[in-house]
Design a protein. Structure first.
Length: 474
């Protein structure tokens, strides 16, 4: 009986190699595994298109999948499976933006391998013309991680050093997000606060080791200098490293350099023509943030149709911020006709992927509009808590405080409401404080009224605790 690697190799020798590499990285470098899976999916669209004489007008994976679907090369089930793998690859590129823990990232990469194998199985007869052979799945191992470390240390292999750095950077980003979330709740022990700092330093070390001969590592080294991974910030040197990597056609470097020309940097003055050039170069390589920023560039120039075109492309590529902004453009009719249904669908997609503003917007809609798309009060509460946890959103604190005080979520929790309102007051700007003050007074009055009427010891204790929270000086 064939192994899973041999099975995929029978399907396509090139894809069999890519599958082997992706699977080998799952346990130790899951981000790289997911990016390799996305590359596999891209090549698979080419494999499916060639026998039908189909040529693609765009390098964008979303467009390619939809082209195959329109030409009935693939059915609806296969189309969905390809889009799902495309989305998994996007999460692998920036797991911290999707608020993934290390455990969730590992589970996602393992599940994506399973999905990929199922997809190959469903397409085997169509692609090869042969009957489906029997095969067995061999368990994941951690050999790749050990091999990477050996090559990085003992052989000074630049690619291995870069991948070790990427693994450490991903770990550091997720550690930092968790540390910030825990610190917000004042539950983080002092000993944990430096974990991400230490991991960032290790990542920068390995990027610097590979930077002379690996342009991807040079780009990451530039990012490390700008953000001070080692504790020392050198923005000018970082921008120069990124510019050098961009000249070597590194997609992420071109995207970031284009952004610097769009918004300005320490040593880079805004230049719309250079911004457009570098963003377009990165967009041609399917860098989703570059595609979105092209939309921003055209939006700033007042070309709403082109802005909507590129923001929609980035949204289709799975970039949550673009999905949120596309929802706004569709709701306002900017560069397009007003389409409330499509707007709500894109807002829901962005919220599902953890975009802070979208989660807040969806929660507000669910709580305040009886006809809201996909109304689910438990989901609304979850979105608000995530917006608070990951985005420290004052409007989300206020919204959840009101919902808890008024019993909109099926329960009244004055202590929780008061705690959130106190936190919002500590963090709010002048405009937000103007909203908070009457709510503060209203909740205080509500507590006093109930205190005068209740005889329940448990309720009295809760109300007294809420009153203490609201006694915090203005």
């Amino acid at each position: 009986m064939l192994t899973d690697v041999e099975f995929v190799t029978q399907f396509s020798a090139e894809l069999g190699h890519d599958y082997t590499v992706a699977k080998s990285y799952v346990r130790d470098v899951p981000t790289q595994a997911l990016l390799q899976i996305r590359s596999f999916t891209h090549k698979l669209t080419e494999l499916l298109a060639q026998p039908e004489g189909i040529s693609f007008d765009s390098p964008n994976l979303y467009d390619r999948i939809e082209t195959l679907n329109r030409n009935r090369v693939i059915n609806v089930r296969t189309t969905r499976a390809l889009h799902k793998l495309r989305g998994d690859g996007n999460r692998g590129a920036h797991p911290e933006k999707y608020h993934l823990t290390s455990e969730q990232l590992l589970a996602l990469s393992e599940k994506s391998i399973e999905k990929l194998l199922n997809l190959v199985e469903s397409l085997f007869v169509q692609v090869t013309g042969n009957s489906l052979p029997e095969y067995r799945f061999e368990p994941f191992d951690s050999f790749a991680g050990r091999d990477l470390c050996y090559r990085a240390v003992m052989e000074s292999d630049p690619q291995a050093q870069y991948l070790v750095g990427m693994s450490l950077k991903t770990k550091a980003l997720m550690q930092r997000e968790q540390e910030q979330a825990l610190a917000e709740l004042e539950q983080e022990p002092e000993s944990r606060k430096s974990l991400s700092d230490s991991t960032f330093k290790k990542a920068e070390y390995w990027f610097s080791q590979a930077a002379d001969s690996n342009m991807d590592a040079l780009y990451e080294s530039g990012v490390a200098l700008i953000h001070g991974y080692s504790g020392k910030v050198d923005v000018a040197a970082g921008e120069q490293a990124i510019a050098t990597a961009a000249a070597a056609n590194v997609a992420n470097a071109m995207a970031l350099l284009g952004y610097f020309y769009l918004a300005g940097g320490q040593s880079i003055n805004p230049d719309s023509e250079k911004a457009k050039y570098y963003l377009q170069q990165a967009a041609d390589l399917e860098q989703s943030e570059a595609i979105a920023n092209l939309g921003v560039l055209f939006y700033q120039q007042g070309n709403l149709e082109q802005a909507k075109h590129f923001i929609a492309k980035a949204a289709q590529a799975g970039f949550p911020h673009a999905q949120y902004h596309l929802a706004l453009m569709l709701a306002r009719g900017e560069g397009c006709d007003v389409d409330k249904i499509a707007s709500e669908q894109w807002m829901a997609e962005a919220a599902e992927q953890g975009q802070i503003d979208a989660m807040l917007a969806r929660a507000q809609s669910m709580l305040n509009d009886d006809n809201a798309f996909g109304c689910d009060l438990s989901q609304a509460e979850l979105y608000l808590r995530q917006a608070i946890k990951y985005g420290h959103s004052v409007p989300a604190m206020v919204e959840l405080s009101i919902a808890l005080a008024d019993g909109m979520l099926g329960k009244i929790d004055v202590v929780g409401s008061a705690a959130l309102l106190k936190l919002a007051r500590e963090r709010g700007n002048a405009q937000e404080l103007a909203v908070i003050e009457p709510l503060w007074e209203s909740l205080s009055l509500q507590i006093d009224n109930v205190l005068s009427m209740t005889d329940s010891k448990e309720e009295l204790a809760s109300l007294q605790r809420a009153k203490e929270l609201l006694s915090w000086p203005a």
